[in-house]
Design a protein around this ligand. Structure first.
Ligand code: SAM
Length: 266
């Protein structure tokens, strides 16, 4: 498979055997596993996944590559490839049990894929994802770090996230300009937070990152000022803080208190 890589599809193919092995170790595929691979490309990671005996379903947007993989693994009963955009695929219709998800993710769409994973986490056992290092740093950022934002909060609220290792540009062809990081993500049991409303709330709180959380919330005009002050006091969040300073626990408390106040509104 020597076709030119398509930049528009984020095609930087992994060629370093050492890094492919490290990803496979992190996935730890077992014969009884169901594995979803996002963007299998030329099959660098796919090959070892299939050889493990696990059932592997791959979703690839590039029709040439999907056709290539279909032929390449035509003898393997435990492999199938779907030619589709992963963002259009409903995991509930694709997976017959909880799956391990793997992907050297196309960078242009990696944050949208992470949001999809959060929304559909009930179908997922764990994820092993390669991100651009800058994106991984945002996902993993701790309170008071400037990189902490919407993506951080939604990822850390619904997933345990951990960086496993970094990957240098020379591990790929074509060689990208930046380093990458492999991140493991495991869904949390999070029952009392309604995901779409939380996404919306956190998005609004970060709408103007340089403003304080209080001023961002005040600008929304959802509840009156005195009530907003009361909520912040009850959940012990200082009015002068910015959204990036809040811990995961504080986000949860603030959101639930805000929801309660909105529901009680006449
Ligand atoms: N897994 C291969 C590897 O490690 O060498 C390829 C990784 S490459 C960074 C990303 C792959 O995702 C490409 O094969 C690209 O065609 C595919 N892709 C891009 N956008 C996609 C999408 N929306 N849905 C599914 N696959 C996509």
């Amino acid at each position: 498979m020597r076709k030119k890589a398509k930049k528009s599809l984020g095609q930087n193919f992994l060629v370093s055997k050492n890094h492919i092995e490290k990803i496979i170790l992190a996935v730890n595929p077992q014969p009884e596993d169901l594995i979803l691979e996002i963007g299998p490309g030329r099959g660098a990671i796919t090959k070892s996944l299939v050889e493990s005996g696990a059932r592997v379903i791959a979703v690839e947007l590039d029709s040439d590559l999907a056709g290539f993989l279909q032929k390449e693994f035509s003898e393997r009963k435990n492999f199938s490839v779907i030619h589709a955009d992963i963002l259009d695929v409903k995991l509930c219709g694709l997976l017959y049990k909880k799956a391990k998800v793997v992907g050297n993710l196309p960078y242009y769409v990696s944050t949208a894929i992470l949001q999809k994973i959060v929304r559909e986490k009930d179908f997922i056992l764990d994820c092993t994802f390669m991100f651009q290092k800058e994106v991984a740093d945002r996902i993993l950022a701790q309170p008071k770090n400037k990189q902490r934002g919407f993506l951080t909060v939604i990822a850390q609220t619904f997933l345990f996230v951990e960086k496993i290792f970094e990957v240098p540009p020379f591990a790929f062809r074509p060689v990208p300009k930046v380093w990458s990081s492999v991140v493991k993500a495991i869904p949390k049991e999070e029952s009392d937070i309604e995901i779409e409303r939380f996404f919306d709330f956190v998005g609004k709180c970060f709408s103007q990152k340089r403003k304080t959380l209080f001023n961002n919330l005040r600008g929304l005009d959802l509840i009156d000022l005195a009530q907003l002050e009361q909520i912040l006091e009850t959940v012990e969040i200082n009015k002068t803080q910015r959204a990036e300073a809040l811990t995961n626990e504080e986000w949860k408390k603030l959101f639930l208190a805000f929801e309660k106040a909105l529901k009680a509104k006449p």
